[in-house]
Design a protein around this ligand. Structure first.
Ligand code: ADP
Length: 429
């Protein structure tokens, strides 16, 4: 640029010198300098005119012929344009590749803007959710109206996916997971989980049917065992009969727990929604637990704040709290201390069962609510359960917008807290 510029300066100086010489020679210095300057200005204007025309009309064409200075300006702009063009083509190729990849995906991909309006989607999303090109800029809730999805969108807690029936096909089940990105935009991944859903349904039905079918033979067996126990068969039958009776009872408990679980899994959440006063419920559970403790003589105390209510099913809540309390009795040695508490914590209600039993290491906590999980120590003991109690509690809490928090210390005891995040409207006056 500098070399072209000094050449241009030299050209101007030469022109002015020529003007000076002609002016001196003709005696019209002023006119001669004016003519030289006018010539230069006209020439420069002409270059600017061509330059402008090239910029406007022929950005893709090579630059026109020009002097060294203007030639350099042209060439620099031309190579800048080439570079930009190449970059644009590269970016277009990247965008096309991303679009091709997402088009080939079997999962639906939808981009929502910060207001939750449709911005872009791939063909799979179009097929699963039934969008059309004209729907761009519409709110996604206009197309996916299922209450679970609407709540998911409005609450903005996208830690887990939500499962809903497809708004387009009656027999399809979709799993939708939203992730935030960029400037509060949202990426929505839609998966067809119909097969998984069917398998899960088959599993639930299988467990429910088998448990149901096992009930009758078990009743017959326990009936005969009772008769045999009453008949005096002699001392050598005492031990086998006692063990058979114990195992038959254990199996009945397992079957009834499995039936409870499958009912909880299949029933729609919130099918029974009534305000349940906690004080009388917990006081009944405390009395039942004291009877269960019997000769073990645990000290079971109840601390319940006045006027606490939960919205839900009294039967299910009773089952959840008494499961926790019967565990505390099962695992706390005779004479141990057990406290049943219900308290308000800001907008939440906490119902907890604390014991001073053996406790367990924190590594077990994540697995305790899985079916059939038992801490090794209790697996080897005679305390009996099948590892379904806490799974039942977890399911009941899920159906009541609650969660189970567990803390424990080996040798000191455990606290199982049901945290309910629900507000009960006061009854109309
Ligand atoms: P189970 O029928 O075996 O009691 P649960 O699902 O109710 O099944 O409990 C799972 C496991 O959690 C139990 O096997 C036991 O090891 C442990 N557990 C539950 N409650 C307590 C408690 N209060 N103290 C110590 N361990 C407990």
């Amino acid at each position: 640029m500098l070399r072209g510029f000094s050449a241009e300066l030299r050209r101007l100086l030469l022109l002015l010198t020529t003007g000076l010489v002609i002016g001196f020679w003709t005696g019209h210095m002023g006119w001669a300098l004016f003519a030289a300057s006018a010539f230069y200005v006209t020439y420069t204007l002409r270059q600017i005119y061509h330059f402008n025309r090239w910029l406007i009309s022929s950005a893709d064409l090579p630059p026109p012929e020009a002097t060294r200075f203007w030639g350099e300006v042209y060439n620099r702009i031309y190579s800048m344009q080439r570079r930009q063009e190449k970059e644009k083509q590269r970016l277009e190729a990247v965008v096309n590749r991303v679009q091709d990849t997402t088009s080939a995906l079997r999962d639906g991909v939808v981009i929502l803007d910060r207001r939750g309006y449709l911005d872009w989607w791939n063909p799979a999303a179009q097929r699963l959710l039934g969008f059309r090109a004209s729907d761009q800029g519409e709110s996604v809730i206009n197309f996916v109206r299922h209450p679970r999805f609407v709540d998911y969108m409005e609450e903005g807690q996208y830690g887990e996916a939500v499962e809903i029936p497809s708004p387009r096909f009656n027999d399809k089940q979709l799993q939708i997971q939203i992730t935030r990105f960029g400037n509060a935009e949202r990426l929505m991944i839609v998966r067809d989980v119909t097969q998984l859903h069917k398998l899960e349904q088959m599993r639930k039905n299988f467990v429910a049917n088998v448990s149901h079918e096992l009930r009758t033979p078990l009743t017959v067996l326990t009936g005969y065992l009772e008769t045999l126990n009453d008949a005096d068969l002699g001392p050598k039958w005492d031990k086998p009969l006692k063990q058979m009776d114990q195992q038959a009872r254990r199996m009945s408990m397992l079957v009834s727990d499995l039936l409870i679980l499958s009912k909880l899994e299949t029933a729609e959440p919130g099918s029974v929604q009534r305000p349940v006063p906690l004080a009388p419920l917990l006081s009944n559970i405390q009395a039942e637990a004291q009877a269960l403790s019997g000769d073990l003589n645990h000290s079971i105390t109840l601390e319940c704040e006045a006027d606490l209510e939960l919205l839900g099913s009294e039967k299910e809540l009773h089952s959840a709290f008494s499961n926790l309390l019967s565990n505390a009795i099962k695992y706390t040695p005779a004479g141990g201390k057990i406290t049943l508490r219900a308290k308000r914590h800001g907008p939440e209600i906490h119902v907890s069962v604390q014991d001073n039993g053996p406790g367990f290491e924190s590594k077990h906590i994540a697995y305790l609510t899985q079916r059939f999980y038992r801490v090794e120590a209790s697996r080897n003991s005679s305390t009996g359960g099948a590892g379904l109690g806490l799974a039942i509690v977890k399911h009941i809490l899920l159906r009541h917008e609650g969660e189970l928090q567990i803390s424990s210390e080996v040798g000191k005891g455990s606290v199982f807290t049901c945290v309910f995040n629900q507000t009960v409207e006061p009854p109309p006056a």
